[in-house]
Design a binder for this molecule. Structure first.
Ligand code: PMP
Length: 381
């Protein structure tokens, strides 16, 4: 008997087929991916440096410019999730010893504060006075705060930043396509989003755009950015944004992910931004009414400040939110989630984004919640 050279046997789990159940993804993301986008992602792989791939990437850039409402040349997609865009924005614009100002209205501000710290910067929380005091090079704001269900006002902030020679960085991972954002008109210097929310593409790619002010800061640094993978000097070449005749290999982009992202941006372009915003607002209003009719309270009292893509519901008195969510998953094959970071134990989150943003899905979500309220017995407080 010949001796085997491998000492670790093939794992039993690898000899079983992959299981991925069909689920209603009505949490804060990822959202369900429509067949058309799934099909785009299932197309045969081509090389990441083939001319056809560069064409797809050029289409993606155009699609992002439309979605962001910007004419910025420096517009690309990260090979990575929303966090890759967060890190790319901070790592490329902040040098050791510089100061970053962060609006903390939920978990995402906390995370960016930590990223700023890792890149050798210090961070400070909010306000105009803080601008004068700390002279930050970057100010971060989450437009769609998915942990709180809050949509932050953006108008006017870019002007304050400009006055203080500070870059304005906005996170629209949870809000792009669901609530209006105008990168150029609102003087946003860096804007990013994720693929897996209202864009309905699979997780793993993240559009980001830098205007000239941001490019000036990041391409005139004294030190190299912390990350090689996220270095915009290389990424701008890979995406054909640096005006050089040839694109040089930097990393192997997620080809299928870019196919899917292209399709999701095409769907948004066909539908139109204004229609997409209108639809999210309409379905969210329908959901609010249904929730209030069954006696549930919305976490954000001011309806104008609510994020249309992710609704936060205050945990009803006497209920265990974990039990309710587990019940809904088990009996309705539906994901809703609890809070995140500061909102854990305070809210349940329902997301109806893009493809999922339909009245019949709101009805399904309401029905599942009603069923959970009936069957998850009250705790003996
Ligand atoms: N910012 C916001 C507002 C988010 O909702 C999320 C994802 N929940 C992220 C950033 C991080 O994105 P990802 O999980 O794709 O890294």
């Amino acid at each position: 008997r010949s001796m085997s050279t491998v000492t670790i046997p093939p794992p039993a789990c690898m000899l079983r087929p992959l299981e991925a159940p069909l689920r209603y993804l009505f949490g804060p993301g990822p959202s369900n991916v429509p067949p058309r986008i799934l099909a785009a992602g299932a197309k045969p792989i081509i090389g990441h440096m083939h001319s056809e791939m560069f064409e797809v990437m050029d289409d993606i850039k155009e699609g992002i410019r439309y979605a962001f409402q910007t004419q910025n040349n420096m517009t690309i997609s990260m090979s990575g999730s929303g966090h890759a865009a967060m890190e790319c924005a901070v790592f490329n614009t902040v040098e050791p010893g510089e100061s970053v100002l962060v609006a903390i209205n939920g978990i995402w501000g906390e995370r960016v504060a930590e990223i700023a710290e890792r890149s050798g910067g210090s961070w400070h929380a909010l306000l105009r006075i803080a601008m004068q005091k700390h002279k930050p090079v970057l100010f971060f704001l989450t437009h769609g705060e998915s942990s709180a269900g809050l949509c932050h006002l953006v108008d006017g902030i870019g002007d304050i930043c400009r006055k203080h020679n500070c870059l304005f960085l906005v996170d629209t991972v949870a809000s792009l396509g669901a609530a209006p954002i105008f990168m150029d008109k609102q003087n946003i210097d860096i804007l990013y989003t994720g693929s897996q929310k209202a864009l309905n593409a699979p997780p793993g790619t993240a559009p980001i755009s830098f205007n000239d002010r941001a490019c000036h800061k990041m391409f005139n640094r004294k030190t190299k950015p912390l990350s090689y993978l996220f270095d915009m000097t290389y990424l701008s070449n890979y995406w054909g944004c640096d005006g050089k005749p040839a694109r040089i290999y930097h990393h192997t982009g997620p080809v299928s992910g870019f196919f899917a992202l292209r399709e999701s941006l095409a769907i948004l372009a066909e539908k139109g931004l204004e229609e997409s915003w209108r639809k999210h607002k309409e379905i969210a209003a329908y959901l609010y009414k249904g929730l209030e009719d069954m006696g549930l309270k919305l976490f954000i009292p001011d309806r104008d400040l609510r994020l249309p893509s992710v609704t936060t519901i205050a945990i009803p008195d006497g209920y265990d939110w974990r039990e309710m969510l587990a019940y809904i998953m088990k009996h309705h094959q539906m994901e809703m989630t609890g809070g995140l970071g500061p909102s854990v134990g305070m809210v349940m989150r329902v997301g109806l984004m893009g493809y999922n943003c339909e009245k019949f899905n709101a009805d399904k979500a309401l029905h599942a919640l009603q069923d959970a309220l009936k069957n998850c017995k009250k705790s003996k407080a």
